[in-house]
Write a protein that binds this ligand. Structure first.
Ligand SMILES: [Zn+2]
Ligand SMILES: [Zn+2]
Length: 273
């Protein structure tokens, strides 16, 4: 009998530029869904190219931290809350990110590629004037470009996030098609001691798979990767711990026996069985 996943390590509230739900509402729903651990990972994306919906993805870290500390105390008998960050990586920001992480004591930091070639793959413009393969490859290249200059995050977030938004999503996407670059990403992550995130947003987006897909998870494990955090990427209460019931069997079939949570930037391994 598999254990239930009790920890959601990728969550947003209204402290994130694209979030509208108060942190306390998210926490109450997490408790109602039986979680014992929630890590908020609010967005900070410096130099995010302005779009009609979002002019900036800045984060008021002091206000965020204060509110989290307050709610951590208020709900301490019901749930354990952690202070995390989802950092939007771009190579030119590496030294600023390094300084930021020295300044603040986060429990957990996700590094994510949200902006590649000056554009978020969320927008159709990302796929204009090139093939899907070129667009997806350029997204994967951005991960390597970021890893060359910055490896201070605990995990890399949703490494095949781009397939959520391509015109054909994951219809023609396979590990084999992008094997060369994906192998290089996985080997680089392991050699830099950066873990991988499994993000159930892929189920929410109708891909039928998490991000990254099972083939990437399997290969990461085969290459010796052990650090694997689990997150729903929920911005609304209804998506907290989204499809987590699918994960114990899915991750075991990819070769994992444990998943990972973080406190004070240190990994702790929890059994899937
Ligand atoms: Zn993200
Ligand atoms: Zn996120």
């Amino acid at each position: 009998m598999s254990r239930k996943i009790m920890a959601d390590f990728h969550l947003h509230s209204d402290f994130s530029g694209d979030g509208e739900i108060p942190m306390e509402t998210m926490i109450q729903e997490g408790i109602a869904r039986g979680l014992s651990l929630m890590c908020f990972t609010e967005h900070l994306d410096w130099d995010f190219p302005p779009t009609p919906e979002h002019t900036a993805f800045d984060l008021d870290i002091p206000a965020y931290r204060n509110r989290l500390v307050e709610l951590k105390e208020k709900y301490k008998d019901s749930i354990d809350l952690r202070f995390g960050l989802e950092l939007g990586l771009q190579p030119h920001l590496a030294s600023r990110h390094q300084a930021l992480l020295k300044e603040w004591e986060f429990d957990f930091v996700i590094g994510s590629s949200h902006v590649t070639d000056g554009c978020d793959p969320y927008y159709p413009a990302f796929y204009e004037d090139r093939t899907e393969e070129e667009a997806y490859t350029s997204y994967f290249e951005s991960i390597l470009d970021n890893l060359k200059v910055f490896d201070q995050m605990d995990v890399y977030g949703h490494i095949d996030y781009v397939v959520r938004y391509g015109p054909n999503k994951n219809k023609f996407y396979t590990y084999g098609r992008y094997e060369e670059i994906l192998e290089e990403i996985l080997r680089t992550l392991i050699s830099r001691n950066v873990g991988l995130e499994v993000n159930t947003g892929g189920f929410h987006y109708g891909l039928g798979h998490p991000n990254p897909c099972e083939e990437i998870l399997t290969r990461y494990r085969q290459l010796g990767g052990e650090i694997l955090t689990i997150g729903s990427d929920a911005h609304i209460p209804g998506n907290i711990a989204f499809d987590f019931h699918k994960l114990p069997d899915l991750l075991k079939s990819c070769g994992f026996t444990h998943y990972t949570v973080f406190q004070n930037r240190r990994p702790q391994f929890l059994p899937l069985d």
